[in-house]
Design a binder for this molecule. Structure first.
Ligand SMILES: Nc1ncnc2c1ncn2[C@@H]1O[C@H](COP(=O)(O)OP(=O)(O)OP(=O)(O)O)[C@@H](O)[C@H]1O
Length: 940
């Protein structure tokens, strides 16, 4: 028999041999029947015969029987179908491998069409997702931009459980991967970020990539939900099943008589990705729900309960879930697998965005020049939403009026949203007289002309927020006076079908809704004037007992009370902020055209008096504590909202009062989510401060733009702590210029930024020129030996410095030697960390030899370097000679017992040095015990 004949025989016999396995594992009958029929192996009658069998197993048995009757070719073709349609026959793939199946040349020319319900459903999903995600929202449908033409990467920072940075996400594939997972038991990837920072767009991009098969994942299904939709559900309190949630409210499987798609999802949850956008928009207390989790996929439950069960992994455990929320909203740690904080555009991203946004070189240049002149504007533009509004308005107004400049350097958020409204309103304005190509820009005319529509949208926005809703139906539009013609202006956009059928519209962005709601409060001449304060009161109600009327509360989702419709009241904070802006002096002339001036004056006075009292109460109520850097007050994140409101009012009186109210010598704004745009507000207040002040802003997101904004305030800063803030050398340039000019700085914290040797040279200048500087923290930057030398040489000349932290740079032996030389006879430096700097035994030797002569150093860190026993004799000599030393850390180097012994011997001659910490070197447990018993070497 020829090998070909042998193969034919084996195909037929294979089906007989493995009949039992095939009957149990072949699930998708339809695809097999469709192909057998299309290839004329089966006729219609054969198909009917198969379908007459009631159970799936019997159907498979019949197929096998019939195929075997048809002969070898039919048998081979059947196996070929199983081989080609992998998705549908996942369970048979190991079998095909086991029998070493390779299709013959004859069979490969035959066509196999994938009609499997799972594959079809996947195709349908990809198709719908591609259609729904390929455009980025814009003013109106006709102006929509393709996602790939405008999407720009943003900074996506990976965080650990304690919100410390684990570096940045390099590609979207990495977002879903195992990189930086801190809790493998957790089920959800939690993406957080401020308003408009790009959370929804990030998900859109992820969905779009998946739809085009460009995302590195083997996920077969992708379900996307917006959390606001769950609130819409909650109004009619219907109970639904998981299947309904997925199929009715997302994507329906068209040809699936046997429920194969849902079965597949239940069997392979790891093949499913879910995205849930805007957890902050859930307007319900979730704690009772989370106590009552759904566990069976068959059970009907409230949709929110399904959501919680999915997030916790009680339903479809192992499926991949990405959840987004505004910063400040918290989720139970046990649910979170990894955390990502969106930080907006970096300067490089902003440049790319400019290039994508403006096709004309002339516009690009114009915008870049204007932006470069204003760090405040750059700071605002690091938030993609604000950047988009500014750029879009620029283009629109430039086109309409031939020339237009970016907003001036101190533009507020209110200014930005006024600009957007002007653009919307000008779209419905009558065209310019025919002889003129363009008409002169007259903002007040545009607003006056569009006042009716604006007021109607404003009413709609306010009513929505009062009702706790981000979506509205046609009846609501009509009731508020929004005419059909007003809708295309751009304030509203239709809600896509997948979000349910009842509500039809939502505001272009939720922050725009907040702005319009504020407009409604300011324009309202019917209600009592103090209605403008209603959301301030709403925000402070939770803290009534503390009597701080302006105690803005960030409610954690798990604690939100029924009375507050929102999981976080950040949306209401935005309304307050816009009320302040609309009633500010800067906009009084425009607003005077839209509402009676006496009414506005009255409201302005009320607001001012309210803010003044609140600021005073807030600042008085803050707890003070004493630390190394004097009397400090740790302000709460709410303080940031106060600053933002004060800046928005533009009132120097209130700013002065706020500055005066800070009675402590130092304020701590660490982990307060301060972004670069906020620095303008902070600077606005600090400008009015007379006394010196310490400012601790560690662990925020102020970036170089923020530092530039704070420039005028550095003259009075004694403590400048800007650790973990994404600063580069250009920030250090500003600091060097200001701090060296005023010479009052005592503490400079720059740990964990992106400073290179260029910046190190400037820090060295600060050390040399600021006679009060005691502490410098510049660890975890990008310094090499060159930077190390700059710093060492400056330290050598300073007589005030006593604490220097250099942990986690790469100064190596070159830097170590320079530090040795600088400290040989140093009069003041007592604490030094040169840990994790790639210092070898040679560097250790040079350091040790120089430091033998030093008598001031008390605490010395050389952790995580590359020193071996070769360094031990030199370190031993240093230990013996330097009797001032109290703590010496040599954790995670490469010393063995031999080196340890030398260190131990030296320690015996130095009674001041309590112990040397040598954990993580190359010593066995028994040897450790011996050392611990006899010496003061510490291993734990
Ligand atoms: N990566 C990006 N590239 C280009 N434009 C972006 C990007 N991210 C956001 N934008 C722009 O900013 C707008 C707002 O972004 P998005 O709606 O994603 O913000 P968000 O973080 O979800 O805000 P919120 O929390 O208020 O809902 C987008 O419509 C888009 O115009």
């Amino acid at each position: 028999m020829s090998p070909i004949e042998e193969a034919k025989v084996s195909c037929l016999s294979l089906l007989t041999c493995h009949r039992e396995l095939l009957v149990s594992r072949l699930r998708s009958i339809q695809c097999v029947l469709d192909n057998l029929q299309a290839s004329h192996f089966f006729c219609e009658e054969d198909v009917e015969i198969v379908q007459r069998n009631m159970t799936k197993a019997d159907q498979v048995r019949k197929i096998l029987e019939l195929v075997q009757c048809k002969g070898e070719e039919a048998c081979e073709y059947l196996i070929f179908i199983l081989y080609k349609v992998r998705d549908a026959y996942v369970d048979l793939q190991p079998w095909l491998k086991e029998i070493n199946y390779e299709p013959s040349e004859d069979i490969t020319v035959m066509k196999v069409v994938n009609t499997d319900p799972i594959s079809r459903y996947c195709e349908k999903m990809r198709h719908e997702m591609s259609r729904d995600t390929c455009f980025i929202m814009s003013y109106g449908r006709e102006e929509e931009t393709r996602l790939e033409h405008l999407y720009t990467d943003t900074l996506m920072e990976l965080l650990n459980e304690g919100n410390e940075s684990l570096g940045f996400v390099e590609s979207l594939d990495q977002l879903l991967g195992d990189h930086a997972v801190f809790n493998p038991q957790g089920e959800t990837i939690f993406v957080m970020g401020d308003a408009g920072v790009g959370k929804s767009i990030l998900l859109q991009k992820l969905q779009n990539l998946w739809s085009k098969k460009e995302l590195q994942t083997d996920a077969v299904f992708f379900f996307r939900f917006r959390c606001r939709m769950f609130s819409a559900f909650s109004r009619n309190a219907e109970q639904i099943s998981l299947k309904e949630l997925l199929f009715k409210h997302n994507c329906y499987p068209d040809h699936d008589p046997d429920n194969e798609v849902f079965d597949y999802i239940l069997r392979f949850p790891e093949k499913v990705i879910f995205t849930f956008d805007g957890y902050d928009e859930i307007q319900k207390d979730l704690s009772p729900i989370s106590d009552n989790e759904v566990v069976s996929p068959e059970d009907k439950a409230h949709p929110l309960q399904l959501l919680v069960s999915l997030l916790c992994g009680k339903l479809l455990k192992g499926s991949q879930k990405v959840l987004t929320a505004r910063t400040g909203v918290e989720l139970q740690s046990k649910v979170i697998k990894k955390k990502v904080a969106l930080r907006g555009f970096s300067p490089q991203h902003l440049n790319s965005y400019i290039s994508l946004h403006f096709k004309e070189q002339e516009h690009r240049e114009l915008v870049s020049v204007q932006l470069n002149a204003s760090p405040h504007l750059c700071g605002l533009c690091s938030t993609p939403l604000f950047c988009w509004i500014i750029f879009k308005s620029f283009r629109h107004l430039h086109r309409m009026h031939d020339s237009f400049h970016l907003p001036d350097t101190c533009v507020t958020l209110t200014g930005i949203f006024l600009l957007l409204s002007e653009v919307f309103l000008s779209r419905s304005a009558p065209p310019a007289p025919s002889l003129l190509k363009t008409r002169a820009r007259c903002t007040s005319e545009t607003f006056k002309g569009g006042l009716r529509a604006l007021a109607a949208f404003a009413r709609l926005a306010l009513q929505g927020l009062e009702r706790g809703s981000f979506m509205c139906g046609q009846e609501e539009l009509t009731a508020c006076g929004v005419a059909e013609d007003d809708v295309p202006m751009g304030f509203l956009r239709p809600v896509s079908e997948q979000d349910g059928t009842t509500p039809n519209y939502e505001f272009l962005h939720v922050t725009l809704q907040c702005f319009l709601a504020a407009f409604a409060l300011v324009l309202d001449g019917q209600s009592a004037p103090n209605t403008i304060l209603k959301f301030f009161t709403e925000c402070s109600r939770k803290n009534e007992q503390t009597c701080w009327p302006l105690e803005f509360c960030i409610c954690k989702s798990s604690k939100a009370s029924e009375s507050n419709p929102f999981a976080t009241n950040e949306h209401l904070q935005f309304v307050n902020l816009f009320v302040c802006g609309l009633l500010s002096k800067a906009h009084s002339s425009l607003m005077g055209h839209l509402a009676p001036p006496p009414l506005l004056r009255n409201k302005r006075a009320l607001l001012k008096s309210y803010l003044s009292t609140s600021v005073r109460c807030h600042l008085r109520g803050l707890p003070h504590y004493s630390g190394n850097e004097g009397k400090k007050v740790h302000v709460l994140p709410n303080f940031l909202w106060i600053l933002r409101c004060v800046f928005e009012t533009g009132s120097t009186d209130i700013a002065r009062m706020t500055a005066k109210g800070i009675t402590a010598g130092s304020i701590k704004l660490g982990y307060c989510n301060v972004y670069s745009g906020d620095c303008t507000a902070l600077n606005f207040v600090l400008q009015h401060r007379q006394k010196l002040l310490g400012l601790d802003m560690d662990n925020n997101n102020i970036s170089d733009y923020g530092v530039k904004q704070l420039k005028p305030s550095f003259c009075k800063m004694t403590v400048v702590r800007l650790c973990v803030n994404h600063l580069s050398d250009s920030s250090v340039e500003v600091l060097a210029e200001e701090l060296c000019k005023h010479k009052v700085v005592e503490v400079l914290g720059l740990y964990n930024n992106h400073i290179t040797d260029v910046g190190a040279k400037l820090v060295a200048q600060i050390i040399e020129e600021c006679p009060k500087l005691r502490v410098v923290k510049i660890g975890k930057n990008k310094l090499t030996g060159v930077g190390g030398k700059y710093l060492a040489s400056a330290i050598r000349k300073s007589t005030s410095i006593f604490d220097v932290g250099m942990w986690g740079n790469s100064i190596g032996d070159e830097g170590a030697e320079a530090f040795g030389a600088a400290l040989r006879h140093h009069p003041s430096l007592t604490n030094l960390s040169l840990s994790a700097n790639g210092i070898t035994s040679e560097g250790g030797r040079r350091l040790a030899e120089a430091l033998k002569e030093n008598s001031v150093l008390r605490i010395f860190w050389l952790v995580e370097n590359e020193m071996t026993d070769d360094a031990a004799p030199h370190l031993a000599e240093f230990i013996q000679a330097n009797t001032g030393l109290t703590h010496f850390w040599l954790i995670n180097n490469h010393f063995t017992v031999h080196g340890m012994k030398q260190l131990a011997e030296a320690l015996a001659h130095n009674t001041n040095l309590k112990e040397i910490c040598v954990k993580g070197n190359q010593v066995s447990e028994e040897e450790e015990e011996q050392f611990v018993a006899e010496n003061r070497l510490r291993f734990h």
